[in-house]
Design a protein around this ligand. Structure first.
Ligand code: SF4
Ligand code: SF4
Length: 311
């Protein structure tokens, strides 16, 4: 085993869900397969490995710019569950197939990534990956089984979850009514707008950029890309004091619609959400995303039955 790990580490940086001193289970580099936490769902997704929370994209000095470089040239092997492997395909769509240009900083890390599947013999309580079509994947080079990497056996996937969702059947004729539903106003009070749900989400992709100047008197510095969150008020702030989504209920509507309508509408593939359930587990206000999806599905059917009453 020691030899196998040593030879793997010649080729790969190895990332897996492991327990940190603060008790959280997050993705970090491992030296041994025994460090991998397999019987609990990680609190954070593997996203931070290929879409770092903070990433220097270039350095500037006077009028010159210099691209950042990846310090460790090895490929990246990530131990992940089917939903999280499915999630990277959603991020690929956002960063590589959106608007005809590929994101250079995402692609250079993404091209290095391979997966080892962590099987889920049973679903965790908050999962609804089956409803989202994200419970199965073939994007892995081996399976973590019995403390080893198995490259020969067939994988085991969950075929049902304790939770299921009905995706709202929204079409273009009704989308404006959905946006104006009074339902979103309930989140003005109930949601704290903290962005915790988006930080743990394997498919949330928003970022901001900041310039860090090295000293008050110099023009030297670096531009960093940092995770952003559409659930936070500042994210939609604009010049002149405008904010297109000042009310938190509007931000919730934007996030929900992106996850289960807009992404699919734009790209025609899957929905964005993979049903990992992490957002529910992290929410300090006990907001349950799967309940929102099901409630919205009911309200959409009601709108249709009323023939657009209130449009
Ligand atoms: S849904 Fe929950 S986690 Fe997300 S912004 Fe609102 S309070 Fe925070
Ligand atoms: S369940 Fe929540 S955290 Fe998981 S992919 Fe869907 S929106 Fe993101």
């Amino acid at each position: 085993m020691e030899d196998m790990m040593s030879s793997l580490k010649d080729t790969y940086r190895l990332y897996a869900p492991k327990r940190f001193p603060d008790g959280s289970i997050r993705y970090g580099e491992i030296d041994s397969l025994s460090e991998i936490v397999v019987d609990e769902k990680s609190h954070f997704s593997p996203k931070e490995v290929y879409l770092p929370i903070v990433q220097t994209i270039f350095y500037f000095k006077d009028n010159q710019c210099e691209e950042s470089e990846i310090e460790d040239g090895r490929d990246i092997l990530i131990f992940a569950r089917a939903c999280d492997i499915s999630a990277i395909e959603r991020l690929d769509t956002i960063y590589l197939k959106n608007g005809g240009a590929q994101d250079f900083y995402y692609k250079r890390l993404r091209d290095k990534v391979k997966f080892v599947l962590i099987e889920c013999p049973e679903s965790f309580d908050s999962c609804f990956c089956v409803s989202m079509g994200a419970s199965i994947t073939d994007n892995f080079i081996g399976i973590l089984r019995d403390g080893k990497i198995d490259t020969k056996s067939e994988p085991v996937f969950v075929s049902e979850n304790k939770k299921s969702v009905t995706i709202p059947d929204i079409d273009e004729s009704i989308v404006k009514d959905v946006i104006q539903l009074e339902y979103w106003r309930s989140f003005d009070e109930n949601c704290a707008g903290c962005g915790g749900c988006t930080a743990v989400c394997p498919t949330c992709s928003c970022f901001d950029t900041i310039d860090v100047i090295y000293s008050e008197t110099s023009l030297d510095g670096e531009r960093r890309r940092v995770w952003g969150s559409c659930m936070q008020e500042d994210f939609s702030a604009m010049a002149g004091g405008h904010n297109v989504r000042k009310r938190v209920g509007d931000r919730m509507r934007f996030k929900v619609m992106h996850k289960i309508y807009d992404f699919h509408q734009r790209f025609g593939e899957t929905h964005m959400c993979v049903g990992c359930g992490r957002c529910d587990e992290r929410c300090p206000k006990d907001i349950v995303f799967s309940d929102i999806i099901n409630t919205l599905a009911g309200k959409v059917e009601q709108l249709k039955a009323e023939g657009g009453a209130g449009r």
